[in-house]
Design a protein around this ligand. Structure first.
Ligand SMILES: Nc1ncnc2c1ncn2[C@@H]1O[C@H](COP(=O)(O)OP(=O)(O)OP(=O)(O)O)[C@@H](O)[C@H]1O
Ligand SMILES: [Mg+2]
Length: 236
């Protein structure tokens, strides 16, 4: 379903990651760990075609999406992708229900019953008419998750989807992601610092500057260095 081949990314000549290889089958759930600033969100953006790669290929069903024209990339996203952004990216002027229903509307098949059922599944029943600004951070995160799943996408990219949630809501959200993978045969790439969330995946990988390695990182997440804020810090 999804294949990354020798993917590299630089910003202004500064390498973020290189030599990233990954293969995710339909119906498979992969979690990617890695310290802050290593490029996890950048990698998901590159897979989605929302950011460009410097070299390598992103193959979805054998098609290299990195070389598709922008319009084709947008159509690919609309048809096949559910993306849970780390920063939510909900539209502030649309109600919660309209935000969640947007992927269905863009596909020309609005379905209010489906919107209401996904809102209920993430524990937001009754909040559909509200504007995003009236929601808490954890509620906004669940709006973003509902929007990513409402159109039953074949590829789910989820960036820290449980980062703002209490443990029991986080587990409920993970149940929902797992159900999408198992029931609909979707492929899911989850990026997270949460060991509990990663434990739900079929495979756990770690992104480093020099590629993807099998298994979780050895260091505890709270000891991981933040390369963004303190690039010269020595490992603890
Ligand atoms: N548009 C950009 N221009 C320049 N540098 C960028 C840009 N976006 C991200 N970066 C840098 O690329 C690196 C990777 O960022 P990214 O957001 O992918 O990290 P991350 O692994 O998702 O971190 P976190 O766990 O904190 O979310 C960081 O050093 C960041 O500062
Ligand atoms: Mg990130």
């Amino acid at each position: 379903m999804l294949q990354l081949r020798d993917l590299s990314k630089c910003y202004g000549g500064v390498p973020v990651f290189s030599q990233v290889d990954l293969q995710v089958a339909a119906g498979e759930f992969v979690a990617i760990l890695g310290e802050s600033g290593v490029g996890k969100s950048t990698l998901l953006n590159c897979i989605a075609g929302l950011d460009s790669v410097n070299s390598g290929r992103v193959l979805v069903h054998g098609t290299n999406v990195t070389v598709l024209p922008e319009t084709q990339q947008a159509l690919f996203r609309r048809a096949h992708l559910g993306f849970v952004f780390q920063a939510f990216h909900v539209l502030p002027l649309l109600s919660v229900a309209h935000n969640v229903g947007l992927p269905l509307l863009l596909q020309g098949r609005p379905d209010d019953a489906r919107v209401q059922s996904v809102l209920a599944a993430v524990g937001l029943e009754g909040l559909g008419a509200r504007l995003p600004e009236t929601l808490s951070g954890g509620q906004l995160q669940r709006v973003a998750i509902a929007r990513a799943l409402v159109h039953r996408p074949q590829l789910i990219l989820a960036d820290e989807p449980t980062g703002n949630l209490d443990p029991s809501t986080a587990e409920r959200v993970m149940d929902l992601l797992c159900a999408q993978v198992r029931r609909e045969g979707a492929a899911c790439v989850l990026v997270t610092h949460s060991r509990a969330a990663a434990a739900r995946a079929d495979r756990v990988l770690t992104l480093t500057a020099t590629g993807m390695s099998e298994g979780p990182v050895d260091a505890q997440p709270d000891k991981a260095q933040d390369r963004t804020r303190n690039p010269s810090a020595a490992p603890a």
